[in-house]
Design a protein around this ligand. Sequence first.
Ligand code: SF4
Length: 417
Amino acid sequence: MVEARVIGGAIRLVAPNEGVYVLDLEGRPTFFEHGMRSYERGLSGLLVRKSWDGGRRIVEEVPGGERESLLEHVYGAVRRALEGAADEATRDALALAASRGIGWLREDERRFASLYMPISILPPDQYLSIVLQATVGCSYNKCSFCDFYRDRGYRAKDPREFEAHAREVREWLGAGAMLRGRIFLADANPLGAPRDYVLEYARIARETFPGRELFAFADYFSTRLTPSDYARLRSMGLRRVYIGLESGSREVLRVLNKPPEPRLAVRMARSLGEAGISRGLIVLVGAGGRGLWRRHVRETVDVIDSMDLGGDDLIFLSRLLVKPGSPYALAERDHMEARELDAQEREFEDELRSRGLRVAPYDIREAIYRSRRPAASCTRPRGPRRRRPAAYPSARLGPPPAPRPRAPSRRWWPCAR
Ligand code: SF4
């Protein structure tokens, strides 16, 4: 016996002693639990399995053959639920979902790939948004630790092109849009497009998907909008802007090859707050390595203090993943080990929570709307204070070393705008 309900724009199935399955109203599996493991399916077709092994949380992509048999299992549960569906609305939704299958999903994934450039990253509270790509890529694209948009040049879509894109996304999502209650404007900095374009993006997005609020990333150094523009955008539904602060330390920002102007981030955060737009700040735990540990924490907290954040704002702590061979890895070799990252993350949490600010973890490896393969399967410990698994190098964690004198670098800032 499989119980089914249509609720919150989704079909939710419960099969006692077996699992829980959630599909959107077009019959796309989005989440399920099966055999003590949970699975999330991105719109690209990517299926990610999340499980626990002792103290470790394991996140991994499910390979093709296994993926198909798991999805077949989901559709099997749908067909069993259809046999016992009580009310007409549930029966209709189940009948549509039961008519789908692996072949239909493959075609749906092809359509997805034709509509979007790869969606490289989203904020963690936006995985269930409707993503609309207003701009493509990142207008800066030079941060030493980031390769999200290295595969594409930057361009702001003409509003007519954006409108066509938004309509195609609406047609493709169909009733599946009902599960997605927000709009996320991608890619890295849609607010950096010309002002008239930005206003058009907001208008078109809201007209195409009425009743939903808008969210977007923005960088603090190339966005040219004024406080009155933000007020206008707020009235057009812009709800939260995510700013990649990374650090409040100019020294750390230089290592990251990010324009070392945290005062611009303060100015933007204040303007957004005055317009009634929530701020989502991303802080990079581990940035600058051991040598800049103290400066990174102290100066970042100082910068955040001057932003006048409140209860509607969020600070995301995102651990720096150092990719071997990346410009960051070549420039900064004194990387923190896992236990040190744990310790720095706790320091940030303690400092920020003691100020009444809301803090949340941000593990970029878990982004699920994405349409490219994850960099690798990954593990992270259960809860922030657990010991890292043996897969990570062990280290005795003493107090962070005193900052080392650093040779002045001519390598970073001159190439930034
Ligand atoms: S501004 Fe953001 S998206 Fe662009 S390169 Fe830097 S971190 Fe990456």
